[in-house]
Design a protein around this ligand. Structure first.
Ligand SMILES: Cc1cc2nc3c(=O)[nH]c(=O)nc-3n(C[C@H](O)[C@H](O)[C@H](O)COP(=O)(O)OP(=O)(O)OC[C@H]3O[C@@H](n4cnc5c(N)ncnc54)[C@H](O)[C@@H]3O)c2cc1C
Length: 392
């Protein structure tokens, strides 16, 4: 039953086992989901085949570079200036979703949006119009469980696209690979550095002097790139904080335990995965100054490449080849280092008797060769320190 225990400990709460097996879901004090798995063989088989904690990710070919298998690497953005401004980066995910809907390739898009009663939480949505998709636009640095009631909410005769975090998409891809959900045709994802707790969301609001009970809207970024965190309370008062302070000082410090040992923050199982395509300064450093948003875009499947090309031909997105792939090491340094040092982190976990997700050893070893011994030692000692302090 080891796999069940590991899945229980690291359950990210995508909700698929609740949807498919009717697994009970508790919430812990931080708002994270805690599944109540039965000791039956059906549950264990399901988890082995589907749960992202098992490390089952499609298409992680060993010959691929650290960014994983993909057909191309693009820079791009939405040609709709309103979406580009509102979106998290360049609005490519939102625009692709709208394009798929309006070109008749899907009937609806499965997404999450801010929860109306508690805006630092999210709720699942089935979007059937462009307006509904635009309402989901933007990054929500909060707990999301996009597949929690998937079976109930979707109809077999309808075709869908689905947007989720890399772990959500890995789970859904794994389940699709068993022959289920043939009607979910397109999987879209984004780069993800971790899912903050409800506590982090409330702390963020308090630090902004916005009473969480009075908050009616919270945007973590967007309305520019990266834009400000912006909260509004019932009296219409607006509170703001720099996005970098919010992530670096509050949200990024209080993420789900699985996110600390996640090997896929880059949407390996998606048809299309997008991240921030930050610009570099003349000195070769990441330039976070405000400007029009831009995505780095990985079409990871033939389907992903096709829909990107079609959306570009239809004039919905601007797409150009990302010429210098080596820039990604700087632009997405967190993702680079996390993948390259995952073997080292897991080693520290195991030395202290902690359970770890199951990842392919060869790939961990291969990527570990990209960083120096000194860098690995630093990560190892930092992980050991956090374990000893009880912070992991
Ligand atoms: C938790 C989190 C961590 C992130 N970490 C990184 C990172 O390390 N590096 C990086 O480059 N970018 C990160 N981002 C930002 C995001 O990957 C980029 O902005 C990406 O380029 C998407 O931009 P876009 O403009 O195309 O998205 P948009 O067009 O704004 O669309 C965003 C889509 O994401 C969905 N979404 C938002 N939040 C959630 C959520 N919590 N769960 C499920 N779906 C959600 C929305 O429903 C919408 O469909 C993170 C975002 C989140 C939510």
């Amino acid at each position: 039953m080891k796999i069940t225990e590991t899945c229980k400990e690291y359950c990210i709460g995508c909700g698929l086992c609740h949807s498919e097996l009717k697994t009970g879901m508790d919430e812990d004090a931080l708002g994270f989901f805690a599944p109540q798995f039965g000791e039956d063989s059906r549950t264990e088989e399901f988890l082995k085949q589907v749960c992202p904690v098992t490390g089952l990710h499609s298409d992680e070919a060993s010959e691929a570079d650290i960014w994983g298998s993909r057909r191309n690497t693009y820079a791009g953005f939405s040609t709709d200036s309103g979406i580009r401004k509102k979106a998290s980066s360049g609005g490519v995910i939102t625009t692709l979703a709208i394009y798929l809907l309006e070109s008749g390739q899907v009937d609806a898009v499965i997404e999450v949006a801010g929860c109306q009663e508690e805006p630092y939480r999210t709720e699942g949505r089935i979007c059937r119009t462009a307006e509904e998709i635009i309402a989901c636009c933007g990054s929500r640095y909060s707990i999301s469980a996009p597949w929690m009631n998937l079976r109930e909410l979707t109809e077999e005769k309808l075709r869908y696209a689905a947007v989720g975090k890399p772990c959500d998409i890995a789970a859904l891809r794994n389940l699709k690979n068993t022959g289920e959900y043939g009607n979910i045709l397109y999987l879209l994802s984004f780069f993800c550095a971790g899912m903050p707790s409800d506590r982090a969301g409330r702390t963020l609001l308090e630090k902004m002097n916005c009473n969480p009970e009075q908050c009616v809207s919270l945007n973590y970024r967007g309305n520019g790139w990266p834009g400000m965190v912006t909260a509004v309370d019932k009296s219409g008062h607006t509170y703001q904080m720099e996005y970098s302070n919010a992530w670096g000082g509050i949200l990024g410090r209080d993420i789900h335990p699985f996110c600390r040992v996640c090997f896929d923050g880059i949407g390996l199982a998606a048809d299309v995965a997008c991240g921030d395509g930050w610009y570099l300064s003349d000195r070769g450093e990441v330039d976070f100054s405000e400007r029009d948003g831009r995505n780095v875009i990985f079409p990871r499947t033939e389907t992903g490449e096709e829909i990107l090309q079609a959306a570009a031909e239809a004039g919905r997105i601007c797409l150009e080849p990302w010429e210098d792939i080596s820039q990604l090491k700087v632009i997405q340094n967190y993702q680079y280092m996390r993948r390259a040092t995952m073997r080292t982190r897991l080693l520290a976990y195991r030395l202290f008797g902690k359970r770890t997700p199951h990842y392919p050893g060869n790939r961990l070893k291969q990527l570990s060769g990209l960083v120096s011994f000194r860098q690995k030692l630093r990560i190892f000692l930092g992980t050991v320190k956090r374990i000893m302090q009880g912070r992991i």
